[in-house]
Write a protein that binds this ligand. Structure first.
Ligand code: NAP
Length: 250
């Protein structure tokens, strides 16, 4: 594995499962020291164990990203443990309530906005000053194809992911001249535990929306995150990159 991140410290939220786990494992395989963060301690600790077993360096820090004080504490804990922060993948997210807009509860809408959108603001708010002190950094925010188009019964999720793309563009405008690149990734439907409650007929319907003929794998999303986090993407910032088996192409 190319050692793209030797001497660098990376932070991943929602790293106890699915896409975040794959990103954390790949950051470590590319030489980064990794803060594995999740609200789910069991998942987070198992990702740390997998990284250490493979010879990498990782540490678990619990954080509910919908709580700004916990996001601030997470950055402080990163500095305490590894002394710096170079790369962040703000990935934690939930599927949220599935309902038509008129039937969606206010609580359900507010929850998905808090976990999937406000969290990205909170994380960047506390990560950016630390990266500015380092003299640079790279942030990758986890959006979705649903940050570009709508999807019935998912208004809160769709609004949150469109917001993540907007926040990313703003951060790119505000910080790229100071050495911090900020990009968003837009996965199509990926076969992770997030889809665990989807019945087989729904999974088949989701597959049919991807011209490639299958759902994606977490590792396929992680490869794009790695590239965007690395110096190979030195002129790429404020942008949205789909990784979606041509979902958005038709
Ligand atoms: P996943 O397998 O469910 O993993 C998400 C992780 O985040 C879980 O460990 C979860 O813990 C944790 N989490 C949930 N709420 C949190 C909170 N408030 N604070 C911190 N951690 C929290 O999901 P995934 O499919 O990998 O999704 C990761 C990201 O990719 C999300 O932002 C999602 O919207 C996005 N995405 C996913 C897909 C897809 O098809 N899977 C497509 C496009 C975009 P628990 O297990 O305890 O809930």
């Amino acid at each position: 594995m190319e050692q793209l991140f030797t001497g660098k410290v990376a932070l991943v939220t929602g790293a106890g499962s699915g896409i975040g786990e794959a990103v954390a494992v790949l950051y470590a395989a590319c030489g980064a020291k990794v803060i594995v963060s999740d609200v789910n301690e069991k998942g987070g600790n198992s990702t740390v164990e997998a990284i250490r077993k493979a010879g990498g360096d990782a540490q678990f820090e619990k954080c509910d990203v919908s709580r700004p004080a916990e996001c601030e504490q997470l950055v402080k804990a990163t500095l305490k443990h590894y002394g710096r922060l170079d790369i962040a993948c703000n990935n934690a997210g939930i599927g949220g309530e599935q309902n038509l807009i008129a039937d969606m509860s206010v609580e359900g809408f507010d929850k998905v906005i808090a976990v999937n959108l406000a969290s990205v603001f909170y994380c960047m708010k506390y990560q950016l000053p630390v990266m500015l002190k380092n003299g640079g950094g790279a942030i990758v925010n986890m959006a979705s194809i649903l940050g570009q188009v709508g999807f019935a019964h998912s208004a809160g999720y769709v609004a949150a992911k469109h917001g993540v793309v907007g926040l990313t563009q703003n951060a790119g405008i505000e910080y790229s001249s100071q050495g911090i690149r900020v990009n968003a990734v837009g996965p199509g439907f990926i076969d992770t535990p997030l889809l665990k409650e989807a019945p087989p007929e729904m999974k088949a319907a989701l597959v049919s929306k991807h011209p490639i003929g299958r759902l994606g794998r977490s590792e396929e999303v992680a490869e794009l995150v790695i590239w965007l986090s690395s110096d190979k993407a030195s002129f790429v910032t404020g942008a949205y990159y789909p990784v979606d088996g041509a979902y958005l192409a038709p």
